[in-house]
Design a protein around this ligand. Sequence first.
Ligand SMILES: Cc1ncc(COP(=O)(O)O)c(C=O)c1O
Length: 337
Amino acid sequence: MNWLFLDESCQFPAWTPCTEASGSKVIGGNICLLSKELCEAEERAIDTVATKTTLANWNGQEMLLSEVKVSVLDRAFLFGEAIYEVIRIYQGRLWRCDDHLNRLATGIQALKIKGVDVASISARVLETSKNSQVKEGLAYIQVTRGVASRCHRYPEQATPNVLVYVEEYLDPCAELRQTGAKAITHSDIRWARNDIKATSLVANCMAAQAAAEAGCLESILIDSSGLVTEGSHTSIFGARDGCLLVSPSAANVLPGITKQQVLELAADSGICVVENRLKKSELFELDELFLTGTPEEIVGIVQVDDCYIGNGLPGMLTKKLQQAFRARLASWLLSSS
Ligand SMILES: Cc1ncc(COP(=O)(O)O)c(C=O)c1O
């Protein structure tokens, strides 16, 4: 196995493969060791930004992402007060764009951010995506309340800042969709409005980091009642006795666009769905478990906290839904609209 030595701040260094390294991960002192796959995926992600060719639209003006400047008094910087979206681009087209824009509008309304025209954001996303010439990518939208003198309550007057940018996506999950991925459980220490796709994501980042340090793709979040909410950046589905089990949207979870897509595919395929919260203890008795997310699509989870799920391979329903997802995507790509 190849291992990568990272510097003391866990920044991305030059490759230093070390075949003598033991299989166990060491984090401590000034050295971190991460598995080759995780590092390669993240290195590629950083590379994309490092090329400084990422195209952005900042408040209506097209420019390179590296040229965008934002005030430290922007309330997103001070308070994490902003809404964001991530849209997958397949073959140069924006997948489920309207759903993402609707969720963006709902979030903007929930935070009472005034003066945002979602229709013009939609036009900017389309234009930036087209001009970037990115075929396989991700379009990000960030809408902040804007700059104001520091004060917790909403300022009387602030002009929202709207950033759109498009970057290539090299799909680090492609192999994991075949093999399945590992996850850990992690306390859900987030706030009570996770239905809002806000940028204040430090608790999600802590959970995602814990998963990465454990060599896993995702953290499955468990609330104070011992119930599964969702992943740090994905929705979570279980399967038992041929039925899908998923947290209801009313719960404190994000209404995932891919989750909605899977629910539609399940309905079309006659797969029964029970919208009910799973107990942490029930996770280990499931036949199948999988996560969904815009960049990840559908990825089977075959191991949680060192326990195999089912037979330790992606299950039948997971594979069926992956195929149905790809078929739906293919027919959409063939369609003219
Ligand atoms: C907490 C959380 N849950 C679920 C998801 C999946 O949502 P979607 O399928 O819309 O990407 C995300 C995506 O960012 C997320 O952050």
